[in-house]
Design a protein around this ligand. Sequence first.
Ligand SMILES: Cc1ncc(COP(=O)(O)O)c(C=O)c1O
Length: 425
Amino acid sequence: MDYFEYRNGELYAENVPVADIAAKVGTPLYVYSRRTLQEHYEKIARAFAPLDPMICYSVKSNSNTALLKVLADLGAGFDIVSGGELFRVIRAGGDAGTCFYAGVGKTDAEIRFAIERGIYMFNVESEAEFETIDRLAAEMGRSPRCALRINPDIDPNTHHYTSTGKKESKFGVDVVRGEEFFRRYRNARAAKLVGIHLHIGSPIPTAQPYVEAIGKALSLIDRLKAGGIPVEVLNIGGGYAAWYESAQSVMIEDYAEAIVPLLKDRPLKIVMEPGRFISGNSGILVAEVQYTKTGGDRKFVIVNSGMHHLIRPPLYGSWHFVWPVTPGEEMTPPDRSRQVSLAGLVTCDVVGPICESGDFLGQDRQLPPVSRGDLLAVFTAGAYGMVMASNYNSQPRPAEVLVEHDQFRVIRQRETYEDLVRGEG
Ligand SMILES: Cc1ncc(COP(=O)(O)O)c(C=O)c1O
């Protein structure tokens, strides 16, 4: 699952006690494991090897340049959704020529920047966007490749905020319109329409929605081919689940077993855009208990982090395992389950300092008794954690640390009060 594990009653990141990192760097703090990041990239590459896919890590899930560098060095490409993400990839030493650029609202400046830097392909979401890319490319004397994002009208059974492939979503165009799109723009002035892109949502807990979406894309590709329009690239998107809890048994091999046979004999360049599968288990958030209190029948553990650092629980109803960093051997959890069978646990909500009732990291949790100064770890927080952090209530954002074997280094400094007001006034 990952390299955050309890040894002799205390949590380690690879071979470093998390409490030691917190003592040196302070809290709140994101801690990442390089080995977990690398192994997840390698696992997905291995599982889908029969397709020889381009694996383009989804930068939006965690865009710290130190992590991007690790992945670039491993040979990953990148899925980007803004000029800022392209800038980060380049800054990290990544190759713009491995980038797929998606997103419904690309500006002229972003499109020009991407063309100038020679990205691999635009994932185009509408007719108006394609025409804009074509016009700008013609002005620049360039011929960028494009894939059309098809919206296959499939319910991926995930939170409606992260379901992106249904008919009524803002992403892509439906299959019928997709066919017209290719006929209309096959001979565009400058931009080359050569691919199809799918991304139906995330996390998608089973392979079935992929199977259905890919089936629809392949039928479209066959119809286009019959009409003399070849499609060279099929990008099947991201959404492969991270391990948020132990009972969750979905493995990357389960997805591969269902998807690989559909594509193995097709003369298509296959692209994948995994984000959370690679970065999710690679990080934890470490927070420090400030106070405990009761309110009616509820018990609260109040920590120095919350929705401003990890917004997934209130935003998507996401569940992250939370446990003390140094619980002692008798309180070491057997796994990361919703129900932990240990004696003496206290049912409580783990909440932050923000002035919102929705500011929680976990609700109705059974935890060992904790007191002021104790550290709590929030697991599987490497994806959509720090990237969605804010300065709400003028709270500085946490530091980030990367652990490698028995060493660690700060890969993003903790923000200061000066950082909060930089550029103001
Ligand atoms: C187009 C696209 N590709 C890939 C991803 C990555 O999703 P995940 O991190 O769940 O793999 C997203 C996430 O929103 C996306 O919008």
